[in-house]
Design a protein around this ligand. Structure first.
Ligand SMILES: Cc1cc2nc3c(=O)[nH]c(=O)nc-3n(C[C@H](O)[C@H](O)[C@H](O)COP(=O)(O)OP(=O)(O)OC[C@H]3O[C@@H](n4cnc5c(N)ncnc54)[C@H](O)[C@@H]3O)c2cc1C
Length: 537
């Protein structure tokens, strides 16, 4: 019989055999009855700095049935670590449907994967380059300040999710979630991601996983094309019939999955011209904070800061600032990257944005995180931008252009000590940083709109109340963090299709239905599910 024992406390210094002995005692069995015990979930409980420990779920297999069930134990039908394909993807399609997927980010890749494995003819079109070449283009931006507007942090194989920390936790709940994690393991991720409460992949691992997915997709016959930008949709009688590429080529399709991410501004513009229903939505802008990782470890783990079993510490902070328009305006940390790097992440010539990444080991000296302020469509119109579904992009662009100018018309980052920003005193110096191509001491109060800068400063003070030492001279803020989420939602029905055009499936972060790697992948799978169910083949 298989049982799960949850909420099982494990001390940092406890070894596995002591843990098993305690499990056996807790279950009231003999060691002979125990066939196996596997940790199936592990979270760090750091609420009390004097007693940091793991909270685990163990899956134990016994030779017989438990006489009485302890409170923390429940019987299991099968291990949560076992890969079980969702029923819908066991379907085998034999019709003539041809699905064109636009964008090889998590949403597009997972849609393409499940559709081709279900027997569909799939074409996957990506404007950027394969991961290997893309890495070189990003390197050129960091070393020489040269931007390739089609191959960068946001565009290219693997999507915006590739040069990231690869955090795989999400607030969404969906049966496909577990399947996504299993697929990552299938393509080369550490099985630990199925166990850790806060799993992450790291850029170095993601690059390999994305390459393995490409090899699998092409081996199954996916026509996977790079440097292939879709510039237009072919539509007849409110039904999508295909796509037109930048080189003029037309590709016919029965279904089009639009998975273009939050930075495909030209694509959004064309969709708006075509009259595809979309709405401006809330998003967030701000800066990226960089602290010494050791400082964050000490704040979060106290005396256990350097314990070998604890990886680089994370944080996730929110603060509500009183606001005369909204009542409360949210300020929050976003995409925290322990032991990582801040990266320049613009896509448009003459605009500058930043974001963050880490490698799998999170072994770097710096901890970085977006610190962003909620922005609503009303805020944008109130500050002089014309109402339209694209107004969030107009605001993002305005800030990115101002950032580029503040950096002396280059893809460098205007930066300020965190303490200076909170105290509104520009010292003109920076804490040590390895940001590339260059960080330039700048008074960020002169760059950020005051309705963003004021709540940001209040939010940082609030964070300091939760994490003493967060506001420090040892940290810098870098401008500007603008690509947090999509400022647009493309309206779709329950069948996942655009409410304007049949056969068009807007998915993922760009369409406004996801906010990270896993939620975008799940959304891509939902589109695949809807296509399989549509019977339009
Ligand atoms: C630096 C950075 C760090 C991040 N860190 C994390 C993290 O640690 N964890 C996390 O969960 N999320 C993270 N995110 C967010 C995450 O990357 C996105 O939520 C996710 O990638 C969205 O997936 P998507 O498939 O919807 O779109 P994207 O990943 O943006 O993919 C869209 C793809 O479409 C392509 N494309 C766009 N337009 C066209 C066109 N017209 N024709 C052809 N192709 C086109 C683009 O080149 C791109 O490859 C991070 C984002 C960034 C930028």
């Amino acid at each position: 019989m298989l049982y799960a024992v949850s909420n099982f406390k494990v001390e940092l210094d406890e070894n596995e055999s002591d843990v098993i002995t305690r499990l056996v005692q807790q279950l009231g069995i003999t060691t002979e009855q125990l066939i196996s015990a596997v940790c199936a979930r592990r979270a760090i409980d750091a609420r009390k700095k004097s007693n940091i420990h793991f909270v685990c779920t163990y899956e134990v297999e016994l030779s017989g049935k438990l006489q009485s069930l302890p409170a923390q134990a429940r019987p299991l039908e099968r291990s949560s670590l076992q890969l079980v394909s969702p029923e819908i993807f066991k379907h085998r399609h034999s019709g003539k449907a041809h699905v064109v997927v636009i964008g090889a980010g998590p949403a597009g890749l997972f849609a393409a994967l499940s559709l081709v494995e279900s027997g569909f003819k799939v074409t996957l079109l990506e404007r950027g380059k394969p991961v290997e070449t893309r890495m070189r283009d990003i390197g050129r931006l960091r070393s020489r300040g040269e931007l390739d507007s089609e191959s960068n942090i946001c565009f290219g194989e693997g999507g915006a999710g590739t040069y990231t920390d690869g955090k795989l936790y999400t607030r969404i709940k969906h049966p496909f979630l577990r399947w996504v994690l299993h697929c990552f393991v299938r393509f080369g991720a550490r099985p630990d991601i199925l166990v850790d409460a806060h799993p992450h992949l790291g850029t170095d691992k993601l690059v390999r996983i994305v390459r393995n997915m490409r090899n699998h997709l092409t081996s199954l016959g996916v026509d996977y094309r790079f440097e292939t930008r879709v510039d237009d949709l072919l539509i007849k009688d409110n039904q999508v019939t295909g796509v037109r590429l930048a080189n003029g080529e037309e590709i016919e399709a029965t279904h089009v999955v639009l998975a273009t991410g939050h930075s495909a501004r030209d694509t959004f513009k064309r969709l708006d011209e075509l009259g595809i229903a979309m709405q401006a939505k809330d998003f967030a802008v701000g800066v990226r904070a960089e602290h010494p990782q050791q400082l964050i470890n000490e704040i979060q783990y106290g005396n256990s800061a350097n314990h070998e079993k604890l990886s680089a510490a994370e944080y996730s902070l929110t603060h509500q600032v009183p606001d005369k328009h909204l009542g409360q305006r949210g300020v929050y940390s976003f995409c925290m990257c322990p032991g990582g790097l801040i990266l320049p992440s613009p896509t448009e010539s003459g605009g500058m944005a930043v974001n963050g990444m880490s490698n799998a080991k999170r072994g770097g000296l710096w901890a970085n995180s977006g610190i962003v302020v909620q922005v609503t469509p009303d805020d944008i119109t109130r500050h002089g931008i014309k109402t339209s579904p694209l107004m969030g992009i107009d605001f993002q662009r305005q800030l990115e252009v101002a950032t580029f100018k503040a950096a002396g018309n280059q893809y460098a980052a205007p930066a300020m000590r965190l303490n200076d920003f909170v105290n509104k005193k520009a010292s003109g110096t920076l804490a040590p940083t390895r940001f590339k191509p260059e960080a330039l001491p700048t008074d960020l109060w002169q760059l950020l709109p005051h309705w963003v800068a004021n709540p940001l400063a209040e939010g940082l003070k609030g964070f300091n109340n939760k994490m003493r030492g967060f506001v420090t001279d040892e940290a810098n803020l870098f401008a500007s963090e603008t690509r947090t989420s999509s400022p647009i939602r493309i309206e779709r029905g329950k069948d996942m299709q655009s409410i304007t055009v049949q056969g068009l499936y807007p998915v993922g972060e760009g369409a406004g239905y996801a906010g990270g790697i896993v939620s975008a992948a799940v959304d891509g799978l939902k589109a695949a599910e809807a296509i399989i169910q549509s019977g339009n083949s």
